[in-house]
Design a protein around this ligand. Structure first.
Ligand code: NDP
Ligand code: OXD
Length: 309
């Protein structure tokens, strides 16, 4: 039976993943799209940004794995039969990469690191004070958010975590529900969006939330571009709520050259690199789910289609 890798815009990753999978389990017939072999033999697909509809011809498909943490790209494919389970691939490098990125974004902003880089270019010696305590609100406390929360707690930040079910993290304060979010927001110096994109979370970063932020708050969006209402951010930045935004994800990627975010003085942007899936680490997770599929054991990181993540 075949495990097919469909990563059309990440061909090198696809081949690295195939090599790693063959090393871990030489019995799997691993193929890289468009070399599908016998369509009826395809039992598992690993996909990222696949062309919607292209999985419909695999009549014996039993499992689809996202090559990453997000799954909206799979759930939005109406050609993917609803009886086929979906799993996420959350390798240790992805989790560590996210913790590193968010800590970097927050510490850069809090300590004024970028300003010192500019000062050095001008030969300017300008020590600046910085806040000795900071509160960070994390929206989303899953595999990514919990690692970020633990890293920030270890650095001495006051951390408030917001989730659907009220997840607790040692050393952090936990809130849930709309009321919990609205009570936490005005206390935060930095707000980080680490939510999955679902019908409940789309457009959640909007003028309603920005209006109850403290002036000068840092907003970090590493979830998805569709969490953010872009015109609301521009209006919010104009009045300092938020004071600055660090954005890694966008409604349209790559961000179009004419987009106003590129030159906004209060926006720092990166090209969706907050955390990258390591094909070697991912291969371990995918091979384990292949093994569990064959033996009928519970799958790792399953997606709840009704919740959308
Ligand atoms: P998880 O599924 O592990 O966690 C999702 C978290 O969001 C959970 O805490 C969940 O609550 C919470 N949540 C979901 N819906 C709601 C809601 N309506 N209200 C409040 N909380 C909610 O996801 P991950 O942590 O693995 O990843 C999160 C997202 O990060 C991904 O979906 C992806 O979009 C993004 N990502 C971005 C990357 C990048 O490079 N920019 C890299 C990797 C991921 P509960 O715990 O109660 O279920
Ligand atoms: C992911 C991502 O969801 O890289 O894994 O965005």
């Amino acid at each position: 039976m075949t495990l097919l890798i469909v990563l059309p815009d990440r061909i090198q990753d696809a081949h690295n993943l195939a090599t790693a999978l063959r090393t871990i389990n030489g019995d799997i017939d691993v193929r890289v799209w468009p070399d599908i072999g016998e369509a009826e033999a395809v039992e598992m697909v690993v996909a990222w940004h696949h062309r919607h509809g292209c999985l419909a011809s695999f009549s014996n498909l039993r499992l689809v794995a996202s090559f990453g943490a997000g799954v909206e790209h799979l759930l939005q494919d109406s050609g993917l039969a609803t009886h086929v389970p979906i799993v996420r691939t959350v390798d240790p490098a992805l989790v560590r990469g996210m913790a590193e990125y968010v800590v970097l974004a927050i510490t850069d902003w809090r300590r004024g690191w970028s300003r010192y880089k500019d000062d050095q270019k001008r030969g300017s010696w300008r020590p600046q004070p910085y806040a000795f305590s900071s509160t960070v609100l994390l929206m989303g406390v899953g595999r990514m958010g919990s690692a970020v929360a633990e890293a920030l707690v270890a650095l001495g930040y006051r951390v408030i975590v917001w989730s659907r079910s009220g997840v607790t993290i040692e050393g952090a304060e936990c809130v849930a529900g709309r009321k919990g979010l609205e009570e936490a927001l005005p206390q935060a110096d930095a707000v980080v969006c680490l939510l999955p994109l679902t019908s409940q979370t789309e457009n959640i970063l909007n003028c309603g939330l920005f209006s109850i932020m403290k002036p000068g708050t840092l907003l970090v969006n590493v979830g998805r571009g569709n969490h953010l209402v872009e015109p609301d951010l521009i209006d919010g930045l104009a009045v300092g709520k938020p004071g600055h935004a660090v954005l890694d994800v966008f409604r349209e990627e790559p961000l179009p050259p004419e987009h106003s975010f590129w030159n906004h003085p209060n926006i720092t942007l990166t090209p969706h690199i907050a955390a990258l899936t390591d094909p070697m680490g991912a291969a371990e997770c995918i091979a384990e789910n292949w093994r569990r599929l064959q033996s009928g054991e519970a799958l790792m990181d399953p997606v709840d289609r009704t919740q959308g993540y």
